[in-house]
Design a protein around this ligand. Structure first.
Ligand SMILES: [Cu+2]
Length: 99
């Protein structure tokens, strides 16, 4: 019972912070990319992923978080870097890319 209440409080907190969580996703992804990019051996893929990461940062600064996250995810795919985002952000991402 106690854990259920905690879960509900957590869920509510998530709902309120969802916008913030989303805007915060880009820097999280960018930092993951920047940490992993130097390890990418394929120079061509590395250069491409670096370009996409830079675009991600630019879009984020412009407040275009949807496009920004997409760029980061693309960069991760190109470079074969596994990116992780918060559960809240992942939910929004899945919503956006529902087929
Ligand atoms: Cu952003």
């Amino acid at each position: 019972m106690r854990s259920l209440m905690m879960g509900m409080a957590f869920g509510a907190a998530l709902m309120f912070s969802v916008g913030g969580a989303w805007a915060y996703t880009c820097p999280v992804l960018v930092s993951q990319l920047k940490a992993e990019l130097p390890k990418v051996k394929d120079q061509k893929k590395k250069a491409e992923a670096e370009k996409l990461t830079a675009e991600c940062e630019k879009l984020h600064t412009a407040g275009k978080h949807n496009e920004s996250v997409d760029k980061c995810v693309e960069a991760g795919k190109v470079a074969g870097i596994k990116l992780t985002m918060s559960e809240a952000a992942q939910k929004i991402y899945d919503q956006m890319h529902k087929k």
